[in-house]
Design a protein around this ligand. Structure first.
Ligand SMILES: *[C@@H]1O[C@H](CO)[C@@H](O)[C@H](O)[C@H]1NC(C)=O
Length: 282
């Protein structure tokens, strides 16, 4: 009766081997991880811009890539749409992962990162608010900071846009909350990073291998935890100015999500102070 067990275990190994893990060696130059919740409206144009850039002759000849769309348990047809879009770009390595349950943006990003194959891994919002071409600025910063792809993080920053139209146009409430958030971030220990929340961050694989397995928060404030983990692990972080424009359809519910952010920051700080959430250097 040994044989069936053996067959089952071989099958399982084969299946597991098909799913990339961040702990493996990287096999493409870049992974683009796009968390998507109810994004049928904004994903198509964002994806088109992304692919146009990555497939432009200069970039395509020097860099291989994969794109991972992580559908965070959407209630609309995000996965079906993403699969349809993928079929429009048969030359591109595009994968769609559908999470059965909504984890929150941080959970979707973490899932994508843990199953990526890139030597460098980009997280980018599905709304297209960042100028995707600015990836090249992050890329060059990492070339300098980590020429051999040592652990390092380049984070897009909108801090230089403060006082420009893009920010003034944000509601007063949003600006007050941003100010409050910054005060708290100083207390938490990432106050020297001027923009923690920009959804455009590039990690070397070795940084991702250390940071994402240790990530606990899956809600909006997960960016702060990622940066805090990087600091604890002595992974260098560079802030790189990027262009950005507000896109309609934000999923942020200011009142509810601000309270949750505050709660999560306290949970994060508390767990770190008592040493429960400690990043373990590899
Ligand atoms: C997601 O989409 C579903 C179905 O269209 C809708 O009922 C729900 O309110 C949406 N959720 C958010 C947060 O936009």
């Amino acid at each position: 009766m040994d044989t069936p067990v053996l067959i089952a275990s071989i099958t399982l190994t084969a299946v597991v081997a098909l799913i990339p893990a961040v702990s493996d060696e990287g096999s493409v130059d870049l992974s683009v991880v796009i968390p998507a919740y109810n994004e049928t409206g904004r994903l198509p144009s964002m994806l088109e811009v992304t692919l146009t850039h990555l497939n432009s002759p200069a970039i395509k000849s020097s860099r291989t890539y994969e794109i991972l769309i992580v559908d965070d348990g959407s209630k609309d047809d995000t996965s079906a749409l993403a699969l349809k879009l993928a079929s429009h770009y048969p030359q591109s390595e595009l994968r769609v992962v559908t999470l059965e349950k909504n984890l929150g943006k941080g959970g979707a990003v973490r899932h994508g990162m843990l199953h990526s194959r890139g030597h460098r891994l980009l997280m980018v919002d599905a709304d297209g608010a960042s100028r995707f071409e600015d990836l090249e600025h992050l890329w060059m910063s990492l070339d300098k900071l980590a020429p051999k792809n040592e652990p390092a993080v380049a984070v897009g920053s909108r801090a230089h846009l403060v006082k420009t139209e893009a920010v003034v146009k944000r509601s007063l409430l949003r600006n007050i909350l941003m100010y409050g958030l910054h005060t708290i971030l100083r207390i938490v220990g990432v106050g020297d990073i001027r923009d923690t929340q920009c959804g455009f961050k590039l990690f070397t694989r070795r940084a991702a291998q250390k940071i994402f397995p240790a990530q606990h928060l899956s809600t909006w404030i997960f960016d702060v935890e990622l940066l805090l983990l990087a600091k604890q692990l002595s992974i260098p972080i560079i802030e790189v100015p990027v262009e950005w424009h507000e896109v309609a359809g934000s999923k942020l519910n200011i009142a509810k999500d601000s309270l949750q952010m505050l709660r999560d920051l306290l949970v994060l700080r508390g767990n770190q102070l008592v040493g429960r959430w400690k990043a373990v250097p590899l």
